[in-house]
Design a protein around this ligand. Structure first.
Ligand SMILES: [Zn+2]
Length: 227
């Protein structure tokens, strides 16, 4: 199976489905990570060299994180961070369409539409548009993942609440997910932040307890089509 993960920012791909991606790779599937935003939170119009260095570091970290999970295929699209709402949606849709044409994924994982982070919601919408189920559309299943400190911090006030109904056992790959997150040194947070190693383990154990296993990642099935 070919799997495409479409994420807004470097580290979302790990936070959202790192354990699942590592498991899919271990099971012999092709997994491709696509990160659309550049990952720089600075808002200066004119970037200095410090930012350029920071950006290069972040992108090196993205490659290191992907390799911890066994994912060889990573594309970085470098769109402006936290400002995807300033771009025409069509531009984003075209990027996702090109990815789909190239990767031909059977399954696609992406953001939940009701996250606090505005880029996440926009990516969700762009994915839905790019994967319209016209004849020849390779994408048969779409799953929305949660991103700790964005999905739950919308407090179910934004449309729509995250309602996971698919759980993937990641007991064997949770350590790889935590190790992949540690590659993003600049994004590291201490407990009780939801992105801290303890926070990520607690979330995985919580979903595991829902699903009857030691650790799980939770997803909301957006669409499944069998022809
Ligand atoms: Zn994000």
């Amino acid at each position: 199976m070919k799997v495409l993960v479409v994420a807004a920012h470097p580290d979302d791909e790990v936070l959202g489905c790192g354990g699942t991606a590592a498991r899919l790779v271990a099971e012999g599937n092709d997994v491709h990570f696509a990160i659309l935003g550049e990952g720089l939170t600075s808002r200066q119009a004119d970037r200095g060299s410090t930012d350029a260095n920071h950006l290069a570091t972040l992108h090196r970290q993205a490659h290191a994180a992907a390799s911890k999970l066994g994912v060889k295929d990573l594309s970085l699209h470098k769109l402006p961070d936290n400002r995807l709402d300033t771009l025409p949606l069509l531009d984003l849709v075209k990027i996702v369409e090109e990815l789909i044409e190239r990767v031909e994924p059977d399954i696609l994982y992406t953001h939940h539409g009701g996250d606090l982070n505005i880029d996440h919601g926009i990516i969700h919408r762009a994915v839905l548009t790019a994967t319209r189920p016209t004849p020849g559309q390779p994408v048969k299943e779409i799953y929305a993942f949660e991103v700790p400190s964005s999905t739950e911090w919308a407090f179910q006030r934004l449309e729509s609440p995250f309602r996971p109904n698919v759980f993937i056992d990641v007991a064997r790959t949770l350590d790889a997910k935590i190790a992949a997150m540690e590659c993003y040194e600049s994004e590291a947070r201490n407990f009780p932040h939801p992105r801290s190693p303890e926070g990520l383990r607690a979330i995985a154990m919580r979903w595991g307890s829902v699903a009857g296993c030691r650790a799980a990642e939770a997803f909301e099935l957006v669409r499944s089509i069998r022809l």
